[in-house]
Design a protein around this ligand. Structure first.
Ligand code: AMP
Length: 279
């Protein structure tokens, strides 16, 4: 396992604490447009990947599966925000207002939360990462570039009507934290695009009575989050596209159809990793 290198905080002129870390990269990727990423060496998989995509596209689902497969932490800044919200700490009131309006938290706050998470991970000897929900602004992407090398950026895509249905169907078990989806999606493809069907991802019996809905998964807030994605996060796609690091991936359906295709696009072989993948 590659050693997690130093992480330290420094201050910019505006007193923004941001992370500065240099990590050994498993596979510095010169990704030509839509070519396969280089095959990852099973013994040195401390990948540094970013997952981009609109709210509801499934970043968390696929990033989490890949993190198990590759043995690197899955770090979702949305989870860090929700943890801070539920902690009733000094920031929680302010965060609640921002999140419930579908807006983005300031770069300063999000980078502080991420720095803290990385420090905790470093103290546990974590190496590599799959970032989900970060960066969400070009400024965040620039800061990340200043402090570490990103090997690959995966941009997951689904049509907007599917995204809305998926967000409205999302449920979380308040006990085990797992994500489910009660939506049964059947959307006709437009402009020559294929139809999209997704079976619901139903919870096991022990979770059924503990399901909760995210407070920002209402129709009005999801629409606002999608609008903000277009405005603030779409340029992040361009940022990485211009660096040749962006892998575009149109999800063909639910997990059973998409997962094998995603592995193929990432040049990964699940069979090699069967034990960790099913853990
Ligand atoms: P998510 O779970 O990724 O949809 O994030 C939930 C909410 O947390 C977002 O709507 C934002 O308010 C906030 N958030 C998460 N990640 C970021 C980020 N990188 N920058 C700013 N706000 C974020």
């Amino acid at each position: 396992m590659a050693a997690m290198a130093r992480l330290f905080r420094s201050s910019s002129s505006s007193a923004v604490s941001f992370l500065n870390r240099s990590l050994s990269t498993a596979a510095a990727t010169e990704l030509k447009s839509q070519s396969l990423p280089p095959r990852i060496d099973p013994k040195g998989r401390n990948v540094q990947w970013v997952f981009l995509g609109c709210p509801g596209v499934g970043k968390g689902t696929y990033a989490s599966r890949l993190s198990t497969l590759l043995g690197v932490p899955h770090i979702a800044t949305g989870d860090l925000v929700r943890e801070e919200l539920s902690s009733a700490g000094p920031l929680s009131k302010q965060l609640e207002e921002i999140v419930n309006q579908g807006k983005l938290v300031s770069d300063e706050i999000i980078i502080n939360l991420l720095s803290k998470r990385l420090e905790v991970g470093e103290s546990k000897g974590e190496a590599g990462f799959i970032l989900d929900g970060f960066p969400r602004t070009v400024r965040q992407a620039e800061i990340l570039t200043e402090v570490t090398d990103i090997d690959l950026v995966v941009n997951l895509k689904l049509p907007e009507n599917v995204l809305l249905e998926k967000c409205l169907g999302r449920r979380i078990c308040s006990q085990c934290g797992k994500n489910f989806n009660v939506a049964c999606i059947n959307v006709k493809g437009e402009n020559g695009n294929p139809d999209i069907s997704m079976a619901p991802l139903l919870p096991p019996p022990q979770c059924v009575s503990k399901l909760i809905t995210r407070s920002d998964d209402t129709e009005t807030i999801v629409k606002q989050r999608l609008r903000i994605y277009d405005e603030k996060s779409q340029p992040v796609e361009d940022f990485y596209r211009s660096q040749g690091k962006l892998l575009e991936f149109d999800l063909p359906g639910g997990i059973p159809e998409s997962w094998p295709k995603l592995l193929e696009a990432l040049n990964l072989d699940e069979n090699e990793d069967k034990q960790s993948a099913t853990a």
